[in-house]
Design a binder for this molecule. Structure first.
Ligand code: ZN
Length: 118
């Protein structure tokens, strides 16, 4: 292979690697954005839950159904957020402990609570 072909091949390889890395960065950025939106949606649902609870006490409204539905929605959103945060952490070579502590992927124990990491 001549010098020119060699350079072209190397440039193509580099471009392909860079493209791949850029794609990953964009995917993580998108995930971070979605996680932020989800966090805000969860906060709004907690606020709504508080309003329903408050009104059921003050005005003696029966909001049991709404409270139940909101509680379930918050649980589902929180589970989704947790898995998104784990994905974001793993893209940075980190793992999240059950306690919420962020550790290096090769850590044997959590630096926050001391629990053994799997
Ligand atoms: Zn921990």
């Amino acid at each position: 292979m001549g010098i020119f072909e060699d350079t072209v091949t190397k440039a193509r390889e580099l471009l392909s690697e860079t493209g791949k890395a850029t794609g990953e960065v964009i995917a993580v950025q998108k995930l971070k954005f979605e996680a932020t939106s989800l966090k805000s949606a969860i906060r709004k649902n907690y606020e709504l839950l508080g309003q329903y609870t408050y009104r059921s006490v003050v005005n003696e409204e029966d909001n049991a159904e709404a409270v139940k539905a909101l509680t379930q929605e918050i649980s589902e959103q929180s589970a989704k957020l947790k898995s998104m945060q784990e994905e974001i952490a793993s893209s940075k070579g980190k793992v999240i402990c059950e306690c919420g502590g962020v550790n290096n992927a090769d850590a044997k124990f959590c630096s926050t609570c001391g629990k053994e990491l799997k």
